[in-house]
Ligand binder design. Sequence first.
Ligand code: UN1
Length: 506
Amino acid sequence: MADAYEHYVDGEWVAGEGAETFQSRNPATGETLGAFRRGTPADVDRAVAAAADAFEEWRALSRIERAEYLWDVYHELRDRHEELGAIVTRECGKEISEGKADVTEAWHMVEWAAGDARHPKGDVVPSEIPEKDAYMRRKPRGVTGCITPWNFPVAIPYWHMAIALVEGNTVVWKPAEQTPWCGQIIAEMFDDAGIPDGVFNLVQGYGDAGNAIVEHDEVATVLFTGSAEVGHQIQEKLGGVPGRRAACEMGGKNAVVVTERADLDVAVHSAVMSSFKTTGQRCVSSERLIVHTDVYDEFKARFVDIAESIAVGDPLAEDTFMGPLIEPEHFEKVSKYNELARAEGVNVLVDRTELDAEEIPDGHEAGNWIGPFVYEADPDADLRCTHEEVFGPHVALLEYEGGIERAVELQNDTDYGLAGAIVSEDYRQINYYRDHAELGLAYGNLPCIGAEVQLPFGGVKKSGNGYPSAREAIEAVTDRTAWTLNNSTEIQMAQGLSADIKTTED
Ligand code: UN1
């Protein structure tokens, strides 16, 4: 079908079994960006079969040979930086520096994975027996199902796929239904690179297609980055199934701690970046600011001042700080949480849920606009608004008294444990936080967003099992073998175990 972009299966563009299509829309204008075939479980079956068929030949290549395909992708990402950055911005609404950073993060991940192909892999391990050589070696697990979110529509797919592929797995990928255009471009890049048929497969679509990947017995590993709700379902489904594995990275109710020893310029800057970049739609965004009573009033005045005036607008314009939310349903969700906070009795300081008409740029009336919502709440109250992830510019100020122990207790008063930051000039406070905050990603005197790809990315508690990027993703997509080779003609056992065979003849 020429009127809708297709799936990419076994090296071909295919319409698939389903009759339905869906559209990608620009969240800042409502404009339609393209129509895409909606994948069905039958399309996933076909893609998994292609990936399973391609596995033996792909794994037989050296890691360095496999990485060659990724280097082609790396160069294309770099060469098309400006163009792709603008596409990211048009499709997911992040302001343009973020759109471009998404593409940069993608090539960083590709560079890491392809460069890693020439690094030593596995371990040489000592043996008690001098004649034995022992090693830890890795094997690819097979078909890897990748399910990725819309907020990093180019970077996160490469977190999963670059590593899975270099390690020798084949891939079936379902991008978020909000960002199929980015998905299409990534598939074109693999096609341009000449990746062998069936090694990389794309099925566009919704949760039913994602679920078909999760439920497919031939998908050895599922890599998932997205909502806690879906991630926990995946973990539950695969948790008890022998031979299958899920590596999930989910959300957070992240916090920035500002102590009485903070440099308030750093504190305010870090808090604004953490709470409002990407319009609060990063899984690492901060929705809680835990601020010591001694600096609370000044911090509050400065933070509120910026929240009232932060530039919301056309994400393609260089002077915009916050673009729109991803889709109308998400606007509904965020505005409901803003209402809920009021109903829970918090003290609202800034409410830009509905922007004034003059704040909305011309021609962008149909965008999913929202501004900051900032309030102060009792840190000890059991409120939904201060404990549930909103995924928007919805921020609670929580005032605390006492030492760093109290701040960290509040930081940890959440089911999640993804990202967080402390702002302080006191190294003892910083180190206490470093050692006791329950987090996968923690920062001192910085925002809690903006991790680099060579760090592990992932959380603890309800935020996931900490796998889906860099070295940790290698753990998810490979199995280890402890391999021991005897160089002697005699069998000798470790642990003093006798190797003598005794018979009744002896
Ligand atoms: C996400 O929050 O959904 O650390 C991913 C960061 C980015 C990735 C964020 N490198 O902010």
